[in-house]
Design a binder for this molecule. Structure first.
Ligand SMILES: Cc1ncc(COP(=O)(O)O)c(C=O)c1O
Length: 384
């Protein structure tokens, strides 16, 4: 049976993987080397310098390609460096239409790094395909989608955006960090580039900072490999090993993240001291139908606002939490709570972030894989 035909849970463990050639090690060794002996100039076994390629990174890149139903995977030093490589496909004068409600660091990269090199970004509420189309002109080269969005949990119809991108001959990239390929596979929906902050669910244990891109098209892969090598923000061997190990349990972790996420979203929705809960699994979520059609479940990311949308109340809650750790990041086995306005989204100007709902009283939860009862008890004592 070809490894290409495996179902998702088997792919996380076996997809693109082979026992190591040297001693048959089942897990690829951490090839902690910068360079490789050559018998004659150019006489090597496929590896010459670890910025260009490293066997541990190659094993991770093959796994990434497999779980996203792609052909080529590229592993970077961080999610943002993976995005940086995508934007470097563009030229001065080019324009990008991006999701308006996206990770603060992505916004900062676009606005504060790339705009000064002459690339223009339009931030658009992508629930409306017409709104995206209104921002497309002859300079537009790329549509950047984050779905579900961080932290408002909006869900964007990837198939519909893909149709639009094809109509205008544009590249389409999707940040699949929140959903992971366990829940949604953008390449199957017509997307050109899938991006991950593998720091999150793919690594899964809050012990690495890693980024990933996956594509199907050889020409596009070659351009991205060129940028990866020429700019050099590659994932090191140790982090490649840890991320690969994380991927092998992605499916079991995600299943529990989804179960716990549902239990906590429902608990919060019934709580008299909570005003709003954002989670795409609710039938009342404005994009619930899209989420149901393009995702296999609804994930473990939830945002909420305490009654009266009170900033001080929100800060008190996050300070009182004991099992949820107040910290940046998400997607690890442990539950985390964050205050987007002052933490993950502080780099977005207040007026901009409030337009998309990121108010000062918003709390974001990354629900981990502990016992849901313990997590609910922790929220109960913190909310009161
Ligand atoms: C949705 C999303 N995209 C991209 C990033 C950036 O990834 P990294 O922190 O690995 O550079 C993050 C980080 O929080 C994120 O949440």
């Amino acid at each position: 049976m070809s490894k290409k035909d495996l179902k998702f849970n088997s792919k996380t463990i076996h997809g693109g993987q082979h026992p190591d050639k040297a001693y048959g090690a089942v897990m690829p060794p951490i090839y902690q080397t910068s360079t490789y002996a050559q018998t004659t100039p150019g006489g090597h076994q496929g590896f010459e310098y670890s910025r260009s390629a490293n066997p541990t990174r190659t094993a991770l890149e093959n796994a990434l390609a497999s779980i996203e139903n792609g052909v080529y995977g590229l592993a970077f030093a961080s999610g943002l460096s993976a995005m940086d490589a995508v934007i470097k496909l563009l030229n001065p004068g080019d324009e990008v239409v991006s999701t308006n409600d996206l990770y603060g660091g992505s916004y900062r990269l676009f606005k504060q790094i790339f705009e000064k090199y002459g690339i223009t970004f339009h931030f658009v509420g992508m629930q409306s395909i017409d709104a995206i189309e209104e921002h497309i002109n002859s300079n537009t080269k790329l549509i950047w989608v984050e779905t579900p969005t961080n932290p408002m949990m909006n869900v964007i119809d990837v198939k519909a955006v893909s149709k639009l991108a094809k109509k205008h001959n544009l590249l389409l990239a999707v940040d699949n960090t929140f959903a992971t390929p366990y829940l949604q596979r953008p390449l199957d929906l017509g997307v050109d580039i899938v991006m991950h902050s593998a720091t999150k669910y793919l690594g899964g244990h809050s012990d690495v900072v890693v980024g990933a891109l996956v594509v199907k098209d050889k020409e596009l892969a070659d351009k991205l490999y060129f940028i990866q090598n020429a700019s050099g923000a590659v994932c090191g061997p140790m982090d490649s090993f840890l991320t690969l190990r994380g991927i092998k349990t992605l499916h079991v972790r995600m299943q529990r993240h989804c179960e716990n996420g549902k239990a906590i979203a429902e608990y919060l929705a019934k709580h008299p001291r909570i005003e709003k809960v954002y989670w795409p699994g609710f039938q009342t979520h404005p994009n619930h139908e899209v989420a149901k059609s393009q995702m296999d479940d609804f994930g473990g990311m939830i945002s909420f606002v305490p009654s009266g949308s009170n900033y001080e109340e929100a800060i008190k809650i996050v300070e009182k939490l004991q099992i949820f750790t107040l910290a940046e990041s998400l997607g690890g086995v442990e539950s985390l709570a964050g205050h987007p306005a002052s933490m993950t989204h502080a780099s977005i100007p207040k007026e901009e972030r409030e337009k998309s709902g990121v108010v000062d009283s918003l709390i974001r939860l990354s629900v981990g894989i502990e016992d849901a009862d313990d997590l609910i008890a922790d929220l109960e004592q913190a909310i009161g």
